[in-house]
Write a protein that binds this ligand. Structure first.
Ligand SMILES: Cc1ncc(COP(=O)(O)O)c(C=O)c1O
Length: 391
């Protein structure tokens, strides 16, 4: 009998074998005494390994269906460390609407080490196939993408990668292992900004990576230890606690997100809503095939920057902040937040215009969120004089 993921989230880390404590102990120790002069124990120094971090790493490996998990100091540390598997002269193919920090790392850091890159529209497999070069070593996918929620077919992309001797990396931050398991679809490395849904309480910054292949796991372990951007024991503990409630949180938030997306779609003031839960979303069939849910993040376009500003100022419940995936709803303005690192021209090509807002739906009562959004849109209409407003 296989347990559901919601059950695994709670029990994967297990109880402490020595004491029976139901929570993993926090081992605040940078170093470990070695009884034996010649043969060291499993832990020697916390950059190389820490028992609390290991419990987290084993947990995420189990949840993603991998063999090795790695915990990093941030999502960007996990992503950058994975890219360090590359060498000068290699080339990477990247989702065109990737998270702004990943874009910045690839275009302003990785390029300094001689790694070439091409951004492609990964909803178009022909474009992706054409962009592969003899030196392409990684296909890097974010699906749904951030913030315009484009969907990439992971299985087909991974097949294309394998046929060309490349690795497939998937940023699974938006879906989490509850809804999407990229390793099962053929990906080689799954990456997370665990700052988001996995921890869920806006209290830590953390990153995770998972591999299935033993040799690849060993190579990433070597980089994790060499580069040293590891997650501390206290944050590892908090992340383990967050993971326990992921199922309840993400299922509820996703239900509310679908209701909010429907409401926004039917509101004439809203020019466009990006949410993979719409049956008419171009990526909907692929998303349904490769995931078990639509998630709690949606983006929508108001007519102007002024409208976006009034909307933000009129909202009562969501916080206006960078980040997503928390118990509190978070409204973001991608142009100056998640995608500030992207030049305006590049942003606009990707649909990240001045009227675009992103909403990460939290755990507040859905009716309260809907009422708040409704009144804020009403104020936008009153103050901008937009017509055709009937809701
Ligand atoms: C999809 C995605 N990937 C990666 C990151 C980077 O993670 P972190 O902020 O934990 O470094 C973020 C952060 O917003 C993100 O949204």
């Amino acid at each position: 009998m296989t347990d559901h993921l919601e059950t695994k989230f709670i029990h994967s880390a297990g109880v402490d074998k020595k004491t029976g404590a139901v929570n993993v102990p926090i081992y605040l120790s940078s170093t470990f005494h070695q009884e034996n002069f010649d043969k060291f124990g499993p832990f020697d120094y916390s950059r190389s390994g820490n028992p609390t971090r290991l419990a987290l790493e084993e947990t995420i490996a189990k949840l993603e269906g991998g063999t090795r998990g790695f915990a990093f100091a941030s999502g960007m540390a996990a992503i950058s460390s994975a890219f360090m598997l590359l060498s000068a002269g290699d080339h990477v193919l990247v989702s065109e609407d990737v998270y702004g920090g990943t874009y910045r790392f690839i275009t302003e850091v990785l390029n300094k080490f001689g790694v070439e890159y091409t951004f492609v529209n990964m909803t178009d497999l022909g474009e992706m196939a054409e962009a592969i070069r003899p030196n392409t070593k990684v296909i890097y996918i974010e699906t749904p993408s951030n913030p315009t929620m484009n969907i990439t077919d992971i299985e087909i992309a991974a097949k294309l990668a394998k046929a060309n001797d490349c690795l497939t990396f998937v940023d699974n931050t938006f879906m989490t292992p509850l809804y999407q398991n990229p390793l099962e679809l053929g990906a080689d490395i799954v990456l997370h900004s665990a700052t988001k849904f996995l921890s869920g309480h806006s209290d830590i910054v953390a990153g995770l990576a998972v591999t299935k292949d033993e040799e690849l796991g060993n190579r990433l372990a070597f980089i994790q230890n060499s580069f040293g951007a590891v997650l501390g024991a206290q944050d590892s503990y908090l992340l383990l606690q967050g993971i326990k409630t992921l199922g309840a949180r993400l299922n509820q938030s996703s239900e509310s997100a679908q209701a909010i997306a429907n409401y926004l779609h039917n509101n004439p003031l809203v020019e466009e809503v990006y949410y993979p839960g719409f049956s008419f979303h171009p990526g909907h069939p692929i998303h349904v095939r490769q995931t078990k849910g639509f998630g709690a993040v949606l983006s929508f376009r108001l007519p102007s920057k002024e409208a976006a500003k009034i909307f933000k100022e009129s909202l009562r419940i969501p916080v206006f902040a960078v980040s997503l995936g928390a118990v509190e709803s978070i409204l973001s303005y991608p142009a100056t937040m998640s995608h500030a690192a992207m030049p305006k021209e590049e942003r606009e090509k990707r649909g990240i215009t001045d009227g675009l807002l992103r909403l990460s739906v939290g755990l507040e009562h859905m009716d309260d969120l809907l009422a708040d959004i409704k009144q804020a849109l009403h104020k936008v209409r009153q103050r901008t004089g937009e017509v055709n407003f009937i809701n």
